[in-house]
Write a protein that binds this ligand. Structure first.
Ligand code: PHE
Length: 340
């Protein structure tokens, strides 16, 4: 049988040239298969016989062509494999490898994630919120009407459609109260913007994390309790805090919460000056804010605080210059990559 002979011949080939020789022997101009057609006297065949013969001949040709191609493919694959093995022999396994580079979370993301976990543990919901705000949410609804001097402190970026790049995350207080009602416990972390000249401690783009808790009978004691829990968890030790009066139109009374300096323990050092670090503005929610949120201030009271996320990250990681955060300088971010 021609097929068997061909297959046997192809099984022993070593080079593409061997295959070519076989191709010529079977399919070449004077090849065995080609000759079959030439040697047949078609004139003597009936139409049926012609047809039958033609089909068989074609099948044979296809069979031969396919087997030959397969043999060639097999040889190429073997050659590549051999070549690879040979190249690998040239590799010096004793040369030290080069480590791939790993990405890192931004220090602000890390602090934010940690905060979220701590607050979730205290039953707070974490809410995402828009950076472009209505004037109502950013100012009006939290008791900063357009003629209020507090607006001067936040002279800022206005958009052409009269919206504003939020100057603080307090812009979500009334939005949240309207949506969820009371009692409510939530934090709103996010990016804020102010028209500022930039220096080591001022940025036009920074992060805050607002917190709001509204319920029956909420007092300053609850505010201090939550803040102390937060800071102790964050800095992994008992912390001392103090409240000083502070003014913000949306809280009454309003405070500046100071943290007893973690570097010197309160005796005074270059970082804190007098032993205290001004950290969290806060206070009891102004009745007008509750009313704007559709909550009856005679039934409910609450507290709010505005954590400087950027500030917190600076303290936690000992970052001296706020401008690093948005610098895009990989050397800064790389320092926060996990060590492997
Ligand atoms: N929104 C204030 C600021 O950015 C901070 C603040 C929040 C104060 C909540 C009191 C209560 O300056």
């Amino acid at each position: 049988m021609i097929q068997d002979e061909l297959s046997k011949a192809l099984a022993n080939v070593k080079t593409p040239n061997d295959v070519e020789q076989i191709r010529i022997r079977y399919l070449g101009r004077k090849g065995i298969i080609t000759n079959l057609a030439k040697e047949t006297d078609f004139g003597k065949l009936s139409p049926e016989e012609k047809k039958d013969f033609g089909q068989k001949l074609n099948r044979l040709k296809n069979f031969a062509t396919d087997r030959i191609q397969e043999a060639l493919n097999r040889l190429t694959a073997q050659n590549t494999a051999t070549a690879t093995v040979q190249t690998h022999r040239l590799i010096d396994l004793t040369v030290p490898g080069s480590a791939g580079s790993l990405g890192a979370l931004h220090p602000i993301s890390m602090v934010q994630m940690e905060l979220e976990e701590i607050f979730e543990g205290m039953g707070f919901t974490v809410l995402d919120s828009p950076e472009a705000e209505t004037e109502f949410n950013n100012f009006e609804s939290i008791n900063i009407p357009s003629d209020h001097p507090a607006r001067d402190m936040q002279d800022t970026f206005w958009l052409k459609n009269d919206m504003v790049l939020r100057t603080h995350t307090s812009s979500n207080q009334v939005r949240a109260l309207k949506r969820f009602g009371a009692p409510f416990r939530g934090i709103f972390p996010g990016r804020c913007f102010r028209y500022e000249s930039i220096d080591p401690s001022h940025e036009n783009t920074f992060y805050q994390c607002e917190g709001l808790m509204v319920d029956r009978g909420i007092s300053v004691a609850n505010l201090i309790g939550v803040m102390k829990t937060l800071l102790s968890e964050m800095f992994k030790r008992e912390v001392k805090v103090r409240l000083r009066p502070g003014f913000f139109p949306f809280v009454e009374p309003g405070f500046e919460l100071d943290l007893n300096c973690l570097f010197c323990g309160g005796s005074g050092c270059p970082t804190c000056g007098d032993g205290w670090i001004e950290l969290i503005p806060c206070g009891l929610t102004h009745p007008k804010v509750l009313e704007f949120g559709g909550i009856d201030p005679r039934e409910f009271s609450g507290f709010a605080f505005g954590l400087g996320l950027t500030r917190l990250a600076m303290m936690k990681y000992g970052i001296r210059d706020i401008r690093y955060f948005n610098s895009g300088d990989v050397r800064f971010y790389e320092q926060f990559a996990p060590i492997i």
